[in-house]
Design a protein around this ligand. Structure first.
Ligand SMILES: [Zn+2]
Ligand SMILES: [Zn+2]
Length: 1003
């Protein structure tokens, strides 16, 4: 490079060059020199279409200038004769027949801007034996003078026998140096794109090409892209030596599609790489320059440091080689990035890198990730997945799906929000750790796919395992590696269905886990749609009949560790399967607090059911080895002794009136955020249950009811260091007074009772009075009209829940009739009264006896049949005692005698005392038929009739008195005889009226 440096320092030196042609002078022209510095030349010659010869001095292209003849750059000593051409921004020089650079001259080309869109352009072409830029055709195989491109957009095309940039026909390439700019060289003829011309007599070898920056594309048809002309295998040298703070990516090949990165690419500033022979001579070459970033980061100890040699991560990245990379913009990479060697990655604040094919860190390589801050809101982020990317079975960060790259390498995370997510697809690789490689489909453990070495000292790491793979650890069928956490937050979820969160994939062993700090949460709980058989920390699960993985060797000296699995699977320990291979080794869990520290440990079936392990918290003097590892939930946290979660004030019992709410309060102390969970139980023997939504330091019940009396409440407080449950506090509820009595039965019907004495006729009925309220009552029984109510107790005092009886009978001597009475029983307590009504009824009927009918006779009244009550002497015309009658109205009057001619009654035969016998009468009383003819039937009283009076019965049917009276037994009479004498003629009509009267009453 001696010539170039000399050129920069002695550009203005006077030398023995041909004088330039008189031209326009431009003053104060800025340009960017070969080191990227902005400079100004105070006077330069403005190029016109007439400039076909350029001699020593400064030239500038303004506007669009086309020179149709070949431009010759001439001089007699390339170390002193410099022709400097500035391509002003936005301007174009078209050299239709190219630019010849004589062996004794040096051509420098400058731009004014780094922006590709604005920088000035130079189009140079040649279809003859001349190079587009470089040597002219000559018979002596003279090479071209040095060509140095410091900027501008240069396009050189050769379609003849010369090169695009370099030698002419049958001439080797002269020195070409590219420090910046965008250079495109196309040779469609026999020459190289950059290098030698046509190899006519063996002179078309490559020259010395140095690339220190810029973007270079060289494409040739027959010759090399950079090197010799057609058929010449001497390609000269290509040295890539990036300038300060630059890196160059370079690739070559037979064409653009098959180009591959040159070994060592990117080439870093400060290093000079001579491209190996076997990379030379290809038809395609491309390189681009990247500015190295100066980026600060926090190292593993939290100390801020700055790297000045960071390559920016860009969307096209496919490989990261040894060195430093920085994410200084939001970048999304569609492919998988392969880490080759020891790569450091800085996530700058506020920027996100999303790698959709994940990042391969295979065994033997390392990726170390840093951030610039510890603030989760601002720290940079990296999200790596392989889901739906075409990179299934590759870890999001770690091993890939190939035999030699499946084992993970070394992955260290010192900061940033790093998410490695392999969940949700069919990738069988870990989130962070092993890939999956098992081409023969064996169910045995895979030979590769192990978890690698993972270290976390800071940041927030989130990892999800793929199908049957660990979150951090092995791929499916592979063992976990080692995980050491000294800081940061690590949230890990094992993959369905057999992947541990931290440890083995399906059937894989747990590896080793060391936690000295930070917060590690490991879970295999995906939700309700699946159940994992893997330990959260430890071995992977396995299918029935295949062995699950052994547990990990876990050591916890600090930090917080939470591990949770499904019921029946160890949180820390071995995986689960129904294998017949015997018990799987649970590994070890060693809890050993650092000096001055305590570690609180809880374990249980789940978070809520976790109970402290005996002896928790552990102090530094204690070391707990081989804890039982059967719990599905495990949690531990470390801190100072004062950091342990404790109840500082227990909740107090509360007494409230029914309907009021009760409030319980707890105070707790300890490090970290304290979370509260109130529980209740029905009483001292009940089961504690969580109260939904009761998550504060105090809890207020709903309005109490009487049956809440005796309930107990407590608060479970979870802090950064352990869980503490308060003592139970008891609720006392004072019930509202209830005054209430009830009766059984409430209806008492004695039914039919016969009037008169009830002695032996009616049994007493018992009614129970219960105090169904919650206050004592004085029972009061009222008097009744028709019933006797008697309290069967010495006093009416009745306590809640107690009962007393009353005995009830109808009163003695009730008249016949229906009795229905509502009796209200009272219970009295002070001003309060409870009442209950009792319906009493009875039907009292007459005590009836039938009196047979008695017909009337001639002399005595008769009567019809009737019924008489023996109790009240009332008489009734019916058997039911409904029709009460007056007996005198019921009398059938006597009918009177009917005197015959013989003076005797034709009915009863009685002798008419007034009867005076006829003289002819023998007085024997017989009836003379002759009498009948004289009888007018008018019942007249013949004085002759009165002669009868002997009282003897006469049954003669021949009496002359008609009537329906039969002859009846006659008792002695005679008392009424004097009146009857006078009434004889009216007797028949009187009798008829009596009967009419009876008929009416019966109707
Ligand atoms: Zn009666
Ligand atoms: Zn008579």
């Amino acid at each position: 490079m001696k010539w170039r440096i000399a050129g920069l320092f002695f550009a203005l030196a006077v030398c023995l060059c041909a004088l330039p042609a008189p031209a326009l002078a431009a003053k104060s022209v800025p340009y960017i020199d070969g080191d990227g510095n902005s400079k100004t030349i105070f006077e330069a010659t403005e190029i016109t279409s007439e400039h076909t010869q350029l001699t020593q001095g400064w030239y500038v292209v303004y506007g669009d200038v086309t020179i149709s003849e070949r431009i010759e750059v001439t001089g007699d000593d390339p170390t002193t004769c410099y022709v400097s051409l500035i391509l002003a921004d936005g301007c174009t020089l078209t050299a239709s027949k190219g630019i010849g650079v004589e062996e004794g001259a040096s051509l420098f080309i400058y731009g004014q801007s780094e922006d590709e869109g604005t920088m000035g352009k130079l189009y140079a072409s040649s279809s003859s034996s001349d190079a587009a830029i470089g040597g002219d055709f000559n018979l002596y195989s003279h090479t071209n003078g040095p060509i140095t491109i410091n900027g501008g957009r240069i396009e050189a095309r050769s379609s003849g026998s010369g090169s695009a940039i370099g030698g002419g026909w049958n001439a080797p390439g002269g020195p070409v140096a590219i420090n910046d700019g965008v250079v495109s060289a196309y040779a469609t003829g026999d020459g190289a794109a950059i290098g030698g011309g046509s190899n006519a007599y063996g002179y078309g070898r490559g020259g010395t090409v140095e690339i220190a920056g810029g973007s270079v594309t060289a494409i040739s048809a027959k010759g090399a892209a950079i090197g010799g002309g057609e058929g010449n295998s001497d390609h000269g040298t290509l040295t890539i030596a990036p300038k300060k703070s630059r890196a160059i990516f370079a690739s070559s090949g037979d064409d653009a599609e098959h180009a591959r990165a040159l070994a060592g690419s990117p080439f870093m500033s400060g290093t000079s790489v001579q491209v190996p022979i076997d990379e030379m001579g290809r038809k395609y070459f491309s390189c681009s320059t990247t500015k190295l970033l100066s980026v600060s980061h926090l190292d593993e100890n939290g100390v801020e440091r700055t790297r000045t040699d960071c390559l920016p991560v860009v969307a096209g990245d496919e490989q990261w080689k040894d060195g430093w990379y920085a994410v200084d913009s939001n970048v999304s990479v569609e492919r998988r990035i392969v880490v080759d060697g020891d790569v450091n990655l800085i996530l700058t604040d506020g920027k996100a890198l999303n790698v959709k094919g994940g990042i391969e860190v295979a065994k033997g390589n390392s990726l170390t990730i840093y951030a610039q801050s510890t603030d989760e809101a601002t720290m940079g982020s990296l999200t790596a997945t392989t889901r739906n990317s075409g990179f299934a079975d590759c870890a999001a960060i770690g091993g890939s799906a190939a035999e030699d790259t499946a084992d993970a390498g070394t992955i260290a995370i010192h900061g940033g929000a790093v998410t490695a997510d392999n969940a949700g697809g069919y990738s069988r690789a870990a989130g962070i750790g092993g890939g999956f490689w098992n081409p023969d489909g064996s169910a045995d453990k895979a030979d590769v796919g192990k978890g690698g070495t993972v270290t976390v000292t800071g940041g927030v790491v989130t990892a999800f395992g793929g199908w049957n793979a660990a979150g951090i650890g092995g791929g499916q069928q592979s063992d976990g590696g080692s995980l050491a956490v000294t800081g940061g937050v690590v949230n890990v979820t094992g993959g369905k269905f057999f992947g541990a969160a931290i440890g083995g994939g399906e059937g894989g062993d747990g590896g080793t886990v060391l936690v000295e700090g930070g917060v590690v949460t490991a879970t295999t709980v995906y939700g309700s749609d699946s159940v994992s058989d893997a330990a959260a920390i430890g071995g992977g699960g396995n299918t029935d009949g295949l062995a699950a993985g052994n547990g990990a060797d876990v050591t916890i000296t600090g930090g917080t560790v939470i591990a949770q699995t499904y019921e029946g699977v160890s949180a820390v320990g071995a995986g689960r399967s129904l294998a017949s291979t015997g018990k799987t080794d649970p590994g070890t869990l060693k809890i050993s607090p650092a000096q001055g520290q305590v570690i609180a440990v809880v374990a249980g079936a789940d978070e809520k059911g976790a109970a402290s392990v005996d002896g928790s918290p552990f102090t530094a003097e204690q070391q707990i080895v081989d804890l039982v590892q059967s719990a599905s939930y495990f949690r531990c946290a470390s801190g100072g002794i004062d950091d342990v979660t404790r109840i500082s004030a227990q909740p107090k019992g509360a007494t409230v009136d029914e309907g009021s709410a009760a409030t319980f309060e707890v105070s707790a102390s300890g490090t970290g955020t304290l979370s509260y969970r109130w529980q209740q139980r029905s009483g001292a023997d009940g089961e504690w249950t969580d109260i939904e939504g009761a998550n504060g330091a105090s809890y207020t019940t709903p309005a109490t009811t009487a049956d809440m009396d005796g309930m107990q409440f407590r608060c479970v407080v979870t802090g950064g260091l352990g869980i503490a449950a308060s003592d139970p506090a008891t609720l006392t509820v004072i019930a509202k007074p209830v005054f209430k009595i009830s009766l059984d039965p409430v209806d008492v019907d004695f039914g039919k009772i016969v009037e008169g004495s009830l002695q032996g006729q009616v049994q007493p009925v018992t009614v129970t009075i219960s105090n169904t309220g919650n206050r004592p009552l004085e029972i009061q029984v009222p008097q009744s009209e028709a019933f006797e109510l008697e309290l069967e107790a010495s006093s009416g005092q009745l306590d809640p829940g107690d009962a007393v009886e009353i005995s009830i009978v109808p009163k003695d001597g009730l008249d016949a009739g229906a009795y229905s009475e509502r009796v209200v029983i009272s219970g009295v307590n002070g001003q309060s009264t409870a009442t209950a009504a009792l319906e009493l009824s009875a039907s009292v009927v007459h005590d009836l006896a039938k009196v047979e009918a008695k017909p009337a006779t001639c002399t005595d009244d008769g009567y019809d049949e009737y019924w008489a009550c023996e109790a009240c002497d009332k008489v009734f015309g019916d058997a039911d005692g409904v029709e009460e009658i007056k007996l005198e109205d019921f009398v059938i009057p006597s009918i009177g005698h009917v005197w015959g001619e013989d003076g005797r009654c034709t009915v009863c035969g009685a002798l008419d005392p007034d009867f005076a016998p006829d003289p002819g009468d023998d007085g024997d009383g017989d009836t003379d038929p002759s009498d009948q003819s004289g009888d007018d039937g008018d019942n007249d009283s013949n004085p002759s009739d009165q002669a009868d009076g002997d009282g003897q019965k006469d049954s003669s049917a021949a009496g002359n008195v008609d009537g329906d009276k039969r002859s009846l037994g006659e008792t002695g009479d005679g008392l009424m005889l004097p009146a009857m004498v006078l009434c004889a003629l009216a007797a028949a009509s009187i009798a008829a009226g009596a009967f009419a009267s009876r008929r009416l009453r019966r109707q």
